[in-house]
Design a protein around this ligand. Structure first.
Ligand code: PHE
Length: 472
């Protein structure tokens, strides 16, 4: 059977944007921003997206388009070594882990959407009365599990329909809808009383917060940048493996990063004015995944036409979440199809059954949910991206440069060599350092010793991988 491909270039871009834009932008980003000092976090995060995110994205694209295989086969075939195939297999684990918790959050969102939508015709959503108590009641247990299954089912339906008829068509409809609804909500939020305080919190640039907390912000900002750009999981390798034409990867990658970041920022322009207009200060409402949920639901309940606004908001979140969850499911599905010749339908059915179970475990157990959504995913994505980029720089080497340049314009081509150096040397070092901070090494042995460990570990990896084709 011939391998599927995207029908159009725009289809690929929108699918990748769809993967990137998701709960990471809407649910995790405002919450991380609030937890890490507002605008200071935003600045560090933007810097990391530009310096780490975009080159990293191009690293994954280069692997995928070159190999035309999902991560396991791609790393194995391009290197000619089974060991790299095993490294690629981690992406399957990552995809399943991501979807297990994501689908639970997706379930909460669908529930809020249905509640709000039903109340538009009359009455008010149940969560208006006591948002905190309501969220506490539905976020774990049987309810959470059932809605998780509903969200997972919708995800599976889209992936089931295939690359063109499912993922491409779906994201072509979902992404414009997300952008239009979100822009409308942002315009409306601007008219709310006290919106200015929200903007100030989000956008006022205070250099002292950065200088004082730079290293504390760095870890979360890096984690957020990887998560939001869907990096380190192998999603972007998988999606770019369906490209059949050599168009400019640097152009496509930049467009994807800009669109994704814009959605994050616009979401901030909706969320913060809304919270502040109702006197909710996000740094004071406590932390954790539910905080913003509760704060925002509380704000909706106070607003004129709050039910309608809530419906529009949760519709945006549902669409954004679905366009990401399909990219998570596609990782293990593509693996089964590519490696074992399983039909797409069987692969989707099997993987969905598996995540139905792992997601249900997360839905019933907030401790496991928190572990998967936080530390586990952070570590898997960071280590995953470090491995992919080491592969690009040291195993593919000049071959990667060739793939980077294929279809690229003159300007982009001139960036090829610095890019290869960045992804082969600088970014792995940075990622190894971040990985150590995820394990708390810096708080134990101090900042500079951790840098030292990162340098030694990276240097060992460089020496171990070095071959004639390598970056240096
Ligand atoms: N980028 C997605 C989001 O922001 C999450 C994601 C991570 C999707 C990794 C695929 C792979 O919600």
């Amino acid at each position: 059977m011939t391998r599927e491909t995207w029908a159009t270039r725009l289809g690929f871009i929108l699918a990748a944007v769809g993967s990137a834009v998701g709960l990471g932008n809407i649910w995790r980003f405002p919450w991380q921003t609030a937890e890490n000092g507002g605008s200071a976090f935003l600045v560090v995060y933007l810097g990391i997206v530009l310096l780490v995110g975009v080159p990293g994205l191009l690293g994954e694209f280069v692997i995928g388009r070159r190999a035309k295989k999902s991560p396991v086969g791609a790393l194995r075939d391009l290197s000619g070594s089974k060991t790299w195939g095993v490294v690629g297999a981690f992406s399957v684990v990552t995809g399943i882990s991501l979807l297990s918790f994501y689908s639970v959050v997706g379930g909460w969102i669908i529930r809020y959407l249905l509640e709000s939508g039903a109340a538009v015709v009359g009455g008010s959503p149940a969560y208006f009365t006591n948002p905190g108590q309501y969220f506490g009641g539905v976020s774990a247990g049987v309810d959470a599990a059932l809605y998780h299954l509903l969200f997972l089912g919708l995800t599976a339906l889209i992936v089931f329909a295939g690359v063109r008829k499912g993922i491409e068509l779906g994201t072509k409809i979902m992404m414009p809808a997300v952008l239009v609804l979100l822009a409308g909500l942002a315009a409306w939020a601007a008219t709310q009383p006290n919106a200015a305080a929200g903007y100030a919190f989000f956008l006022r640039f205070d250099p002292s917060v950065i200088t004082e907390n730079f290293f504390a912000i760095l870890g979360p900002a890096a984690g957020q940048a990887l998560f939001t750009l869907s990096l380190g999981a192998g999603t972007m390798i998988t999606y770019s493996s369906y490209l059949d034409e050599d168009r400019s990867l640097p152009f496509d990658g930049s467009a994807i990063a800009v669109l994704n970041t814009s959605v994050g920022v616009i979401t901030g322009l909706v969320v913060f004015p809304l919270l502040f207009s109702q006197g909710v200060n996000p740094t004071e409402t406590g932390t954790g995944p539910g905080a913003l949920f509760v704060g925002l639901a509380g704000a909706f309940s106070q607003l004129p036409a709050g039910t309608l606004i809530a419906t529009a908001f949760f519709a945006v979140v549902t669409l954004a979440a679905l366009s990401s969850s399909i990219s998570m499911l596609e990782i293990p599905v593509a693996f089964l199809v590519d490696e074992y010749g399983v039909s797409r339908r069987r692969a989707v059915t099997g993987m969905t059954a598996l995540v139905a179970v792992t997601g249900t475990v997360c839905a019933f157990n907030p401790g496991i949910f928190g572990f998967v959504a936080g530390p586990l995913v952070n570590v898997l994505l960071t280590a995953g991206l470090a491995a992919f980029l080491l592969f690009v720089g040291w195993v593919m080497g000049r071959e990667a440069l060739e793939e980077f340049s294929a279809g690229a314009g003159e300007f982009s081509k001139s960036l090829g060599t610095p890019w290869l150096f960045a992804v082969g040397v600088v970014l792995p070092l940075f990622l190894v350092f971040t990985l150590l901070t995820h394990f708390g090494v810096d708080t134990t042995i101090g900042f500079w010793p951790t840098v030292g460990v990162a340098v030694v570990a990276s240097a060992a990896a460089f020496l171990g991988l070095r071959q004639p084709n390598s970056v240096v």
